[in-house]
Design a binder for this molecule. Sequence first.
Ligand SMILES: Cc1cc2nc3c(=O)[nH]c(=O)nc-3n(C[C@H](O)[C@H](O)[C@H](O)COP(=O)(O)OP(=O)(O)OC[C@H]3O[C@@H](n4cnc5c(N)ncnc54)[C@H](O)[C@@H]3O)c2cc1C
Ligand code: SF4
Length: 426
Amino acid sequence: MGGLVEKKGVNLFTSFAGASLIEEGPGIAGVITEDKGVDKNGKPKDNFTPGYELRAKVTVLAEGPRGSLTKNLVSRFKLDGLNPQAYGIGIKELWDVPAGRIETGFVGHTLGWPLDSSMYGGGWIYGLQQNRVSLGMVVALEYHNPLFDPHEAFQKYKTHPHIRRIIEGGKLIRYGAKTVPYGGWYSMPRPYLDGGLIIGDSGSLLNSQRLKGIHTGIKSGMLAAETIYEALCAGDTSAARLSNYSAKLEASWIKKELWAVRNFHQAFAHGLWSGLVHSAAQFVTGGRGFVDPMRAKPGYQEYSKLNRDGGLVDQSTRFKGDGALTFDRLTDVYHSGTRHEEDQPCHLVVTEPNICVDRCVREYGNPCQYFCPAAVYEMGMEKGAPRLKINFSNCVHCKTCDVADPYQVIEWKVPEGGGGPNYEGM
Ligand SMILES: Cc1cc2nc3c(=O)[nH]c(=O)nc-3n(C[C@H](O)[C@H](O)[C@H](O)COP(=O)(O)OP(=O)(O)OC[C@H]3O[C@@H](n4cnc5c(N)ncnc54)[C@H](O)[C@@H]3O)c2cc1C
Ligand code: SF4
């Protein structure tokens, strides 16, 4: 799509990360990109280039789920929706399999296994062209066991006889992981403010029942473009004018589609069985179900469901995989094509590191070591004292740690632009 818009004369500047927003008056006036060429101690290197201040009459936030700028913007300007955003973690692999194992166009969805019935999640397997298979699993980040490892659950998923039969003898090609915003229509932040609009996953426009958000992302971008064009012609980019974007969303098929599943994810807040009953009622009533809106308790966050079940666990006993059908996290990270400049400040900022070693280890057993699908966090001993090591260069930018850390002391910041996973073809 980038190539297509460039042909139309639009300038695209890739490999720049938005590090902060320019806040002015009651809204925003642009974005400041990250400083490039900073070493791991925060000192400028020979190639140091300060971030650019990019001013615009309207800035569109399209950072996907849990955007670092969007998160702060929603909180600063109190743009929250009716419900807090809810997230799942999606883990995916691409395989090349022997001919004849799966038809091109095959679509299979599964619910549950290997997750227990207190959890919400499921998997998929799609037959792509030329004997390529996409398979993966999504798990809601509101589980109870702090030592639950979503990556391991996905590896186990591949050992199910139906899936094993398809991929055994094949070859792992690619790997990726990312959060999905499950909250739907009732978690949508107010998507406009003075000089700014929010689109796509950042605006909670994913259909969580179908796990599809590309079509709504594209359509919301088109509606945002129309709104901006009209606002620029009228010489007015205030919140009042840009609220037309909300009206356009309401009048579009996006509303119709998301309204029918507006309570879908909330239905599973108490596990699989009650979720199936609620979602059946919603299906019959066009999304209303037994309770509409199904609201989360005030202040509810996924991590509040974690059991306090801590202690140091010997990490050498962690899942390693058989190297053929199942893999450890580092092998998978290798297949994500992730690359970061090593000599740069760590983009995973732990704002209160003492909590990790004084409280988290005791209370939760450091769940970051488990929910991270890229083996970034390692709790170890250094000079007789526990210490959290952060292998930031493995990070696949899924944002799970920013969501699931029970103390909310992990802040995902943008690394130097251009770094991260390479999801081309995923
Ligand atoms: C495992 C999985 C499977 C899925 N399967 C499907 C499917 O089959 N069909 C479907 O329709 N949808 C699917 N989805 C959902 C779909 O991927 C998303 O809804 C869609 O990609 C949202 O598009 P977006 O442009 O809003 O966000 P994204 O696609 O996430 O794009 C946001 C981009 O912004 C970049 N970014 C973030 N912050 C910054 C910053 N501060 N500065 C610069 N760049 C930044 C990110 O790196 C990213 O490239 C799936 C999601 C997952 C996780
Ligand atoms: S460090 Fe955080 S964002 Fe990066 S891969 Fe791990 S959980 Fe995902």
